[in-house]
Design a protein around this ligand. Structure first.
Ligand code: GDP
Ligand code: MG
Length: 364
């Protein structure tokens, strides 16, 4: 208070001040003030449990890495056919013995497609609405390797087309363009190609390196070609590999409270393998994996990188975008969850007071 007074700032110990005032005050007192983001704070929290996930990835040996399927999101302007396209893709599963396509909605699914004579999987994130995505993006979570940008051929590019492609380009996510509704009268696929050149998406046939595929989600036309384009894009420079032989790490895609089954969360494995019986923590939820199911409602014993599975056994419902990880001991998962909860409570209190008070400052 005295130093602030000398600086010409009248403040009491419980008063809230902005970040820059604290930076100046710190300087006066001989300290460098660092404003910590929630992500930094969580990283530190995990390090307290001996978990440094970035280091873990860096330390991985090349020989531990195995090819994983690409994770794809479908983006585009409202009504251009995202939902219809995801439905059409869902129907194209080529895996023998799986008639009728995928039945359960779990927020993500894998389809198998034949590419150069080999059956390969692609993971689609299929979140209804885009709240989950927005939440994930806001929290800096990077889930998708490739984006399919859907543009209706009769409509051309629209504001949300541009918004979506800006997001993906900012995040360095390669884009495959699905020119949809080519069955419609007035469809002009060439115009879509023309319009998108302005945004740096130049079709291969115009000498660029973006793949454009004409589709009709309604008639299910062009879907195999679209999946092919996704795999070609994945193979052209994306290093999609992960170590399956370690404790699983990943991200919660969506979650809900089910009457009979309790908290159920769809998680996407990003590295490692998740097993039934594993101790996990997802955000502030923790527990043991009691059961796992895939998009067909079939029980799954273990899930490898890029596989989405629905998990039962968590104490509460995690949020979309929460990271999850497996811990050696049940108690570690619980302790991490509890610490995160305490951090969140504090952050909420601070937020309620709008700004940081001098009291918080001296306590830190
Ligand atoms: P979203 O808002 O991007 O998810 O768009 P929807 O998938 O809900 O589709 C919007 C409307 O366009 C629906 O009435 C669809 O039936 C229709 N639609 C989607 N794809 C096609 C297509 O390939 N051809 C035609 N004719 N209509 C389509
Ligand atoms: Mg939709």
């Amino acid at each position: 208070v005295t130093v602030l007074f000398q600086l010409g700032e009248m403040a009491t110990a419980t008063e809230s001040l902005d970040e820059s005032t604290f930076e100046i005050l710190g300087g006066e007192l001989g300290y460098k003030v660092q404003v910590v983001s929630p992500e930094d704070e969580d990283k530190e929290l995990l390090e307290g449990f001996g978990l440094d996930l970035e280091q873990e990835l860096e330390d991985e040996d090349e020989s531990d890495l195995e090819i994983r399927p690409p994770v794809v999101t479908v983006v585009g302007h409202v009504d251009h056919g995202k939902t219809k396209l995801l439905d059409a893709i869902r129907q194209t599963n080529v895996v023998a013995g799986e008639a009728g396509g995928i039945t359960q909605h779990i927020g993500a699914y894998q389809v198998w497609t034949e590419h150069d004579g080999i059956e390969r999987a692609i993971t689609f994130i299929d979140t209804p609405g885009h709240e989950a995505f927005t939440a994930m993006r806001a929290r800096g979570a990077q889930v998708s390797d490739i984006a399919i940008l859907v543009v209706a051929a009769d409509d051309g590019i629209m504001p949300q087309t541009v918004e979506a492609l800006n997001h993906m380009q900012a995040a360095n996510v390669p884009i495959v363009v699905a020119v949809n509704k080519v069955d419609k009268e007035g469809a002009n696929p060439a115009r879509v190609r023309q319009q998108l050149t302005e945004f740096g998406l130049v079709a291969e046939e115009f000498g660029g390196d973006t793949m454009f595929v004409d589709v009709s989600a309604l008639q299910g036309k062009g879907i195999p070609e679209l999946l092919d384009a996704v795999l070609l894009t994945a193979d052209a420079g994306l290093d999609l590999r992960a170590n399956p032989n370690k404790d699983a790490r990943g991200i919660a895609i969506e979650a809900k409270l089910d009457r009979g089954r309790g908290a159920v969360a769809t998680v996407l494995i990003q590295s490692g393998t998740l097993h039934v019986g594993d101790a996990i923590v997802a955000g502030t939820a923790y527990g043991r994996v009691r059961a796992m199911h895939d998009e067909n409602g079939d029980a799954v014993e273990e899930a490898q990188p890029s596989r989405p599975v629905q998990v039962q056994g968590l104490s509460t419902v995690p949020r979309a975008g929460d990271t999850f990880l497996v811990t050696e001991e049940d108690r570690t998962a619980r302790q991490i969850a509890e610490k995160r909860e305490a951090v969140e409570r504090n952050a909420q209190l601070a937020k309620a007071r709008k700004r940081i008070s001098l009291e918080d400052f001296t306590r830190a």
